[in-house]
Design a protein around this ligand. Structure first.
Ligand code: ADP
Ligand code: MG
Length: 325
């Protein structure tokens, strides 16, 4: 039976849907007190890596989708930041703003099931949060760990480094386009959009091999520009090398290169490394089941020309990221 949770107060929602026995023994005190108490021995003398991200209904996901997918997307996109740091996730908090209307027991059941399913897959556990009324939005803060001096950063790309990406690019943009046009979307594209698997294993494998790393959330050019700005370098991309899936090429024969360059929501890793590390990087990809493609080179800073395509300047103002609504 679908019951509106208007009758349920915040404490009942927390108790019924979010308070679960943690599978991590380093959670000394979890949900229920004023704060979580975590055993820092879990860090194994490594550094704590923290990141946070907010997803807002109709901006970062359409309101019509299943609550389980909303939860999965919220956690997976946050975990993608953890992956981009080369960190392993441990704990997370969830701040949930729920609308009075449309929040049913069925919605909360689907949401919490989706959340816990993904969290368990990546070995991290919910330790606290906040629940308030308002327009639907989800903020997740993740704590992970990574060894000192081995975190992957944006600031350390060097001229002559090769540029690589994992997986395929343009899937997120292709899926979004089909969803918005209410066209048929294949299982593969739906999964890539709603459940973008964070590249945690790859991030760990890339420690000590790469000079810089970022996850692609806003589109390759946009995110690579962040590396260029942070590292004070420029980049040259070979557009013909972009790993775009055959399905996207067939569905969007005129647009697939644009999707690959500027499309958001792919949550793959883009990273740079000296050519001497190339073979090791391809092997690291195989060990973590990720296809790795070299797509260009870092060059000395060309001033405001950050990312160039086969010698052409890329208009920095072009953003492939499209919001809902
Ligand atoms: P306080 O008023 O002290 O901030 P709250 O009533 O907000 O406490 O929360 C009570 C407990 O429930 C806290 O341990 C908090 O971390 C946890 N909590 C609240 N909302 C969530 C949520 N959405 N997910 C997980 N834990 C939550
Ligand atoms: Mg609170």
């Amino acid at each position: 039976m679908v019951v509106s949770v208007l009758s349920m107060d915040e404490f009942e929602i927390i108790k019924n849907y979010f308070k679960r026995e943690s599978f991590r023994s380093d959670v000394l005190l979890g949900i229920g007190d004023d704060g979580a108490v975590l055993d820092l021995k879990a860090l194994d003398n490594e550094n704590l890596v923290m990141s946070t991200d907010t997803l807002v209904e109709n901006v970062h996901f359409p309101s019509s989708i299943n609550a389980g997918l909303i939860a999965k997307r919220a956690l997976c996109t946050n975990l993608s930041d953890t992956a981009a740091m080369g960190a392993v996730p441990l704990w997370f908090t969830l701040s949930l703003t729920l609308p009075e209307e449309n929040t049913t027991t069925a919605w909360l059941t689907d949401f919490s099931q989706g959340l816990f399913e993904e969290a368990e897959k990546f070995g991290c556990t919910l330790v606290g949060g906040d629940t308030v009324r308002g327009h639907l939005s989800i903020t997740i803060t993740i704590c992970g760990k990574a060894p000192d001096k081995e975190v992957l950063k944006r600031t350390t790309a060097e001229p002559n480094d090769m540029i690589f990406v994992s997986g395929t690019l343009g899937d997120g943009r292709a899926a979004l386009s089909l969803i918005q046009q209410k066209k048929f979307v294949s299982e593969r594209l739906l999964y890539r959009f709603y459940c973008p698997q964070p590249m945690i294993d790859l991030g760990v494998e890339l420690r000590n091999l790469v000079s810089s790393c970022i996850d692609i959330s806003d589109g390759l050019v946009s995110d690579l520009t962040h590396i260029c700005n942070a590292s004070k370098v420029s980049a040259v991309l070979d557009v013909s090398k972009l790993p775009v899936h055959e399905e996207v090429k067939q569905l969007f024969p005129d647009d697939f290169a644009e999707f690959g360059l500027y499309g958001g929501d792919d949550y793959q890793l883009c990273f740079t490394a000296p050519e001497s590390e190339k073979a090791k990087i391809i092997n690291a990809g195989m060990r973590s089941n990720s296809r790795i493609t070299p797509i260009g080179r870092i060059v000395k800073s060309m001033g405001s020309n950050k990312v160039m395509l086969e010698g052409m300047d890329v208009n920095e103002n072009i953003s492939g990221y499209r919001h809902f609504g």
